[in-house]
Design a protein around this ligand. Structure first.
Ligand SMILES: [Zn+2]
Length: 100
């Protein structure tokens, strides 16, 4: 897995820089160019986040675990997801709509 690069200068982003990408926007620390996540990468990141919502819920339905276990599982999955999501981003110079 590779971290995304700046569309303008090709500088690779740091993993911790990408933990919080607000509304799919980011600025390059090297050249200052504005970065927008591509529609494709938004969908990929979205698909990755879905299990955080439904896995704890399904686990509770099937295994009858307590709410604390469900919550712990949710937090754990969220941490794992946040760690992986930066690798799924791709940046472009123009903002792209979620639906084309
Ligand atoms: Zn740059």
């Amino acid at each position: 897995m590779k971290l995304p690069v700046c569309w303008s200068c090709g500088e690779t982003f740091r993993w911790k820089e990408l933990l919080f990408v607000v509304e799919g926007r980011k600025t390059c620390r090297n050249c200052g160019a504005k970065q927008y996540t591509t529609t494709h990468s938004k969908w990929r990141a979205g698909v990755l986040v879905l299990p955080v919502i439904y896995i704890p819920w399904i686990t509770r339905l099937i295994f009858d675990v307590s709410f604390v276990v469900q919550l712990t599982l949710g937090v754990l999955l969220l941490v794992i997801c946040s760690a992986i999501v930066p690798f799924y981003y791709q940046f472009t110079d123009k903002q792209q709509p979620l639906f084309k």
